[in-house]
Design a protein around this ligand. Structure first.
Ligand SMILES: [Zn+2]
Length: 449
């Protein structure tokens, strides 16, 4: 009996020995559809699935590698036939190997998640495990399977959560500190026969209760200086009349605007969350000048992200999202940029133009994609991506905007413009940072198109 873990993952090695070597007759190797046999342990690089019939002992492969395809029990059978002239090709003997294909999955709220929440139950299950196996779990990633009684089970399921509480039945201690803001656990289960089955993709990411990282400024003055220092788009890149100034801000946002130098990022204590500022606030394309240039002012960050306890690593992601919109507007004023091409695009459906709504799907997709990239770069907390604050769960909104931008790309008028849009969307899809997002069965899953 062999066990194949996580379909598409490991290949299990088996050797075949048939004696005597000069045994006359034919040999057939057959197997059920839930497994594939390979000649080498590197599938997908030209190795053939084995032929099924051999005319001599010497022709039978000395070994093969089994890949689990579908969960369940499968038979791999070698049959020996001999044609003596009297009985036509009679079966003389056969031997069958059972190959059980199983996989280990984790679920929270009944779904496999890209990021798991702190202090909420996670259910681990060995899917397809026959009843004659036992399990010894390793949930803390230390490699010591079954070091306490509750980690030894006779059924294929165990429930646990990760929290600040001490280690104990149903809980793994996750110390609340900055080092653990991106904590990953390599979870595995040791099955009867000492077969260690890892979790699909090896590990889970677990959030903490709070945010951890570099402290942000606490005073209003400190926040004004801090945010102003993050203005990565140079003010002199902005169209003249679109510059962030007390004059154009006072009328729109009242007296709480108190700019710092020429930075395009400003603190607005009484504002709402964070926003990109132009004549029409919150829109990625706001308004055009008489000369056809897009106006853009800058970015405002309110006290809300500060009040939520975000650290610098997290807050910078928000700032850079909004700055990306500023940059998109600056780029849209340059004739050969994708932002110029899309913002001036025509559509194949004549009644309705390629509207601000269509275009803003691309702008938002791009800004949320930058959030994912910056998240990796800045070492922010898993909690940032997982929290559904302010109605903008980053991963979820990213996928919604990807879908909306794809629909928008379908109505673009010319092949040239459509190609620009599709190439842009393909590039983003290829660079999605979490592999789970491209696998069915996860909470935030998207397909290539
Ligand atoms: Zn946005």
């Amino acid at each position: 009996m062999i066990i194949c873990g996580n379909p598409g993952d490991d290949l299990m090695s088996t050797t075949i020995k048939v004696l005597p070597l000069d045994l006359p007759g034919t040999f057939t190797l057959t197997y059920d559809a839930g497994v594939k046999l390979w000649e080498e342990n590197t599938k997908g690089t030209g190795d053939k699935i084995l032929a099924s019939s051999y005319s001599s002992v010497d022709a039978i492969p000395k070994s093969f590698y089994t890949e689990g395809i579908e969960v369940g029990s499968n038979d791999i059978t070698l049959t020996y036939r001999y044609d003596s002239g009297l009985n036509n090709n009679r079966v003389i003997g056969s031997e069958t190997l059972r190959a059980d294909v199983v996989w280990l999955k984790a679920e929270q709220y009944e779904v496999q998640r890209v990021i798991y929440e702190n202090d909420e139950n996670i259910i681990f299950t060995v899917v397809g495990l026959p009843s004659d196996y036992s399990c010894q779990w390793d949930l803390d990633g230390e490699g010591n399977h079954g070091n306490s009684n509750w980690l030894k089970t006779t059924n294929p399921t165990i429930t646990a959560k990760y929290s600040q509480a001490p280690n104990g039945v149903g809980n793994i201690h996750l110390p609340e500190n900055a080092d653990n803001r991106r904590k990953e656990y390599e979870v595995s289960v040791k099955l009867t026969g000492d077969f260690v089955l890892p979790l699909m993709f090896d590990k889970i990411r677990v959030t903490q209760a709070g945010y951890h990282g570099t402290p942000v400024a606490t005073t209003e003055e400190g926040r004004r200086d801090e945010l102003a220092s993050w203005g990565t788009v140079a003010a002199d890149e902005m169209p003249d009349s679109g510059k962030f100034s007390a004059e154009n801000m006072d009328g729109l946002y009242g007296t709480d605007f108190d700019g710092r130098g020429n930075s395009v990022v400003q603190y607005a204590a009484n504002g709402i969350w964070s926003f990109f500022v132009g004549p029409v606030s919150g829109k990625c394309m706001s308004d055009k000048e008489d000369n056809g240039q897009w106006k853009t002012y800058g970015v405002m960050i309110s006290s809300e992200p500060y009040d939520l306890g975000l650290k610098k690593e997290d807050l910078l992601i928000i700032v850079q999202h909004e700055l990306r919109h500023v940059q998109q507007n600056v780029w849209a004023n340059t004739s050969d940029s994708i932002w110029n091409i899309l913002s001036t695009a025509g559509t194949s459906t004549s009644e309705e133009g390629f509207t601000l709504g269509h275009y803003s799907s691309f702008c938002e997709l791009d800004a949320y994609f930058m959030e994912l990239k910056n998240f990796i770069e800045l070492d922010a907390s898993w909690k940032y991506l997982s929290d559904d604050y302010n109605g903008k769960d980053t991963i979820k909104v990213f996928l919604e905007e990807l879908s909306a931008a794809r629909s928008a790309a379908m109505i673009l008028e010319t092949v040239e413009v459509s190609t620009v849009a599709v190439t842009f969307l393909d590039t983003i899809y290829l660079e999605i940072p979490f592999i789970e997002m491209k696998k069915g069965g996860y909470d935030y899953y998207c397909k290539a198109w």
